[in-house]
Design a protein around this ligand. Structure first.
Ligand SMILES: Cc1ncc(C[n+]2csc(CCOP(=O)(O)OP(=O)(O)O)c2C)c(N)n1
Length: 567
C-alpha cells in the first residue's frame, strides 16, 4: 500500500539515521507528528520554543556532522525556528528544517498565518522549497538532504497539510547517497609545493580548526616531525588534552598571548581546517599554507601563499610521507615557556579566594573543569561566560565542546545542550550560560525536565549583559541604561520546573556545591553569583588599555552618586 507524504518523510529520515525530531506540534504538522507517533524507530521531542528545537538539532549536527531535524508549524512557528537555524548555518552543520504551510487551496490569499516561507528561509538555508504537490515529495526530500550534507548547512522544506496527508507516488530515490561529504585528497603538485615552502622556513607554527577532527594522529605526527607548536581555534580546543606538550592554546579572543605571538613570529603558518574569522591575528604577508576541503575558504582571512584544496587527514598523510624530521626545538621551547607563564597567570586568576569573598567567575569555570566527567560535553553560551568557560577549561582530550562558535548568539546554550544530551543520555552535559542568556530561552529548561534530560546548567549571575558592559568600559564609556537587570532565583526556578536547584554565593562553598550539583541525577541548575567587575584576560586587551576600564568605572560611580546622565 502506498504511503502518505508524511510517512515517506519518516521512512527517509529513519533511513538516513535520524532518531529524533524536535519541534512544537500543531496545525499543518499534524499528519507528520501522527506518522512519527506510529513509528517506533523515531521520536518526537516537544520543546517550548521553536528556536529551542532548531538549537537542539544544531547541537546534534555540530557534534556529529550527521543530519538532525527540527520543525515549526505554519507562520509564527516557522518564524521562531529561523533564529536557531543560524546556529547550524554559521557552523556548517547539516540540519533539515520542516515547516508547515497553509492549505494549498488558500495559498496566495493572505490566509491566516500565511507568509512566504521560501523568502523567510532563504538567507539561512542552502536549499529551500515548498512541496506544492505530493508528486514532488520524493525528489525534493532527496534534494533537501543532499544539499544539507553536500553544502553542510540548513535545508528547508515547507509542506502544506493536505500535501502531508496525500499519497506519495514513490519512495525517495537513492537514499544510499545521502551521507556526510567524503574526504578530499589534495593534488600531488600542491603537496610538493607545500614541502618546498616548509623546507625554506626556519620556524613553523600550525593553527588547527575543527576540520582537523579525525586527523588527530596525523596532527600529532606533524607536530613531532616539525617540532612545531599547535595552536587551535575555540571549536578545535577539544581535539587534544590541555597538557599535551604541543597543544599550546588558542589565538585571539579565546586564547592566549603565547598563541598570538607564535602565529605572528613563525616563518610559516600552516592553517589546517580552519576558517578562523579574526584576520587581525593572522599573517597578512603570504607566509601561510592553508588546507581546507572548501576551495572558497582559502585565502579569505589570511594572505595565503599556498592554498590546498583537501581534507586535513589525507593532506597530512601525504606530507608526512616525505617530510624530514626537524631537530631544532628552539622555537617550540620558547613558545612552551611563554605558555607556562600564561597558564600560571590563568591559575592565579582561578584562585577560589577566601570563604565569604565574592566569587571570581574564573574560579567557577575552573572548578567545573576540575570536576567534570572525563568525557563530558561542555556547552557554552555567548558572553563573558564564553571567555570564562573557554579559557579556564583544562580539557581532557575526550571531552567535547559545543557552542555558538560563529553565530555568537546569546541564549543558545540550553537548547544546544538538550540536543547534545539526547545523543547519549548517560554522557554528562554541562552548559555554562550568562544570566541574560539563560533568561532568553529559560523555557528550554522545561524541555529538559519533560524529557528527563539530565543537563547541568550553570548560570553565571553578574546581574547584567556582562560582555556588553565590558565593551562599553573598554571604550571608556559608563554602563548604558539597560546593561544591568534584576534576576530571578535560578535555583528556585529549577525546582519550580521539577528539576534540582543549587545556589552558590561565596568562594568557600564553591567546591562542595558544584560537586553536589554535578552529582544530581536529573536536570539541574547551579545559580553562581559572581563578581561582576572581573575583567577577562584576553591577549588583545593591551596593558595600556586597562586605564579605560578605570575611567569607565569612575564615571559609573559618579553617575550613581550625583544621579546625572552627563557624569
Ligand atoms: C541573540 C543575541 N542578542 C544580543 C547579542 C549581543 N550580546 C553579545 S554578548 C551579550 C551579553 C550576554 O550577557 P549574559 O548572557 O548575561 O552573559 P555575560 O556576558 O554576562 O556572561 C549580548 C547582549 C548577541 N550576541 N546575541
Amino acid at each position: 500500500m502506498s504511503k502518505t507524504v508524511a510517512e515517506l518523510l519518516v521512512d527517509t529520515l529513519v533511513e538516513v539515521g535520524v532518531t529524533h525530531v524536535f519541534g512544537i506540534v500543531g496545525d499543518a504538522l499534524n499528519p507528520f507528528t501522527d506518522a512519527i507517533g506510529r513509528d517506533d524507530r523515531i521520536d518526537w521531542i516537544g520543546v517550548r520554543h521553536e528556536e529551542g528545537a532548531a538549537l537542539a538539532a544544531a547541537g546534534q549536527a555540530k557534534l556529529t556532522g550527521r543530519l538532525a531535524v527540527c520543525c515549526g508549524t505554519t507562520g509564527p512557528g516557522a518564524n521562531h525556528l529561523v533564529a536557531g537555524l543560524y546556529e547550524a548555518a554559521k557552523d556548517h552543520a547539516p540540519v533539515l528544517a520542516i515547516s508547515g504551510g497553509v492549505p494549498s487551496a488558500k495559498r496566495g490569499t493572505d490566509y491566516l498565518q500565511e507568509d512566504t516561507p521560501d523568502l523567510l528561509f532563504r538567507d539561512v538555508s542552502v536549499y529551500s522549497q515548498t512541496i506544492a504537490s505530493p508528486d514532488q515529495a520524493p525528489g525534493v526530500l532527496h534534494q533537501a538532504i543532499a544539499h544539507a550534507y553536500g553544502e553542510r548547512g540548513v535545508a528547508h522544506i515547507s509542506v502544506p497539510p493536505d500535501v502531508f496527508a496525500a499519497k506519495a507516488p514513490a519512495a525517495t530515490p537513492s537514499p544510499a547517497t545521502l551521507r556526510p561529504r567524503p574526504e578530499v585528497a589534495p593534488s600531488p603538485a600542491d603537496i610538493a609545493a607545500a614541502l618546498r615552502m616548509i623546507s625554506e622556513a626556519a620556524t613553523v607554527a600550525v593553527f588547527c580548526g575543527t576540520g582537523c577532527r579525525g586527523a588527530e594522529a596525523e596532527l600529532q605526527a606533524l607536530a613531532q616531525r616539525l617540532e612545531a607548536p599547535l595552536m587551535h581555534t575555540f571549536k578545535g580546543k577539544d581535539l587534544f588534552a590541555y597538557d599535551d606538550p604541543y597543544w599550546i592554546g588558542g589565538v585571539g579572543l579565546i586564547g592566549g598571548r603565547p598563541g598570538v605571538d607564535a602565529v605572528a613570529e613563525a616563518d610559516l603558518l600552516l592553517m589546517l581546517g580552519t576558517d578562523y574569522p579574526y584576520a587581525e591575528f593572522l599573517p597578512q604577508d603570504g607566509r601561510v599554507i592553508q588546507v581546507d576541503e572548501r576551495a572558497f575558504a582559502l585565502g579569505r582571512r589570511a594572505a595565503v601563499g599556498l592554498g590546498i584544496v583537501g581534507s586535513v587527514g589525507p593532506t597530512l598523510r601525504m606530507l608526512l610521507e616525505r617530510l624530514p624530521q626537524r631537530r631544532d626545538r628552539a622555537f617550540l621551547e620558547k613558545v612552551t615557556a611563554a605558555r607556562q607563564d600564561w597558564d600560571r597567570m590563568l591559575d592565579e586568576k582561578a584562585d577560589v579566594g577566601r570563604a565569604g569573598e565574592r566569587m571570581h567567575p574564573q574560579a567557577v569555570a575552573r572548578c567545573l573543569s576540575d570536576l567534570a566527567a572525563d568525557d563530558a560535553i561542555l556547552v557554552t553560551d555567548t558572553g563573558e561566560v564564553t571567555l570564562w568557560a573557554a579559557n579556564w577549561l583544562r580539557q581532557t582530550g575526550r571531552q567535547r565542546i559545543c557552542g555558538s562558535f560563529n553565530n555568537a548568539a546569546v541564549g543558545t546554550g540550553v537548547g544546544l545542550a538538550n540536543g547534545a544530551q539526547l545523543l547519549d543520555r548517560s554522557r554528562q552535559v554541562i552548559v555554562q550560560v550568562g544570566d541574560g542568556g539563560f533568561t532568553m530561552l529559560a523555557g528550554e529548561f522545561m524541555t529538559a525536565v519533560e524529557h528527563r534530560l539530565p543537563i547541568k546548567v550553570v548560570v553565571y549571575d553578574n546581574s547584567g549583559w556582562g560582555l556588553v558592559h565590558l565593551e562599553m568600559e573598554r571604550a571608556g564609556l559608563p554602563a548604558a541604561k539597560g546593561v544591568g537587570f534584576p534576576n530571578m532565583d535560578f535555583g528556585a526556578f529549577a525546582r519550580a520546573c521539577g528539576g534540582e536547584g543549587f545556589t552558590v554565593r561565596e568562594a568557600g562553598a564553591l567546591q562542595a556545591t558544584t560537586a553536589a550539583f554535578l552529582a544530581s541525577p536529573g536536570p539541574a541548575i547551579l545559580h553562581a553569583v559572581v563578581d561582576p567587575d572581573e575583567i577577562p584576560s584576553m591577549p588583545h586587551i593591551a596593558p595600556g588599555e586597562v586605564w579605560k576600564f578605570g575611567i569607565a568605572k569612575a564615571r559609573e560611580t559618579l553617575r550613581a552618586i550625583v544621579g546625572r546622565k552627563d557624569a
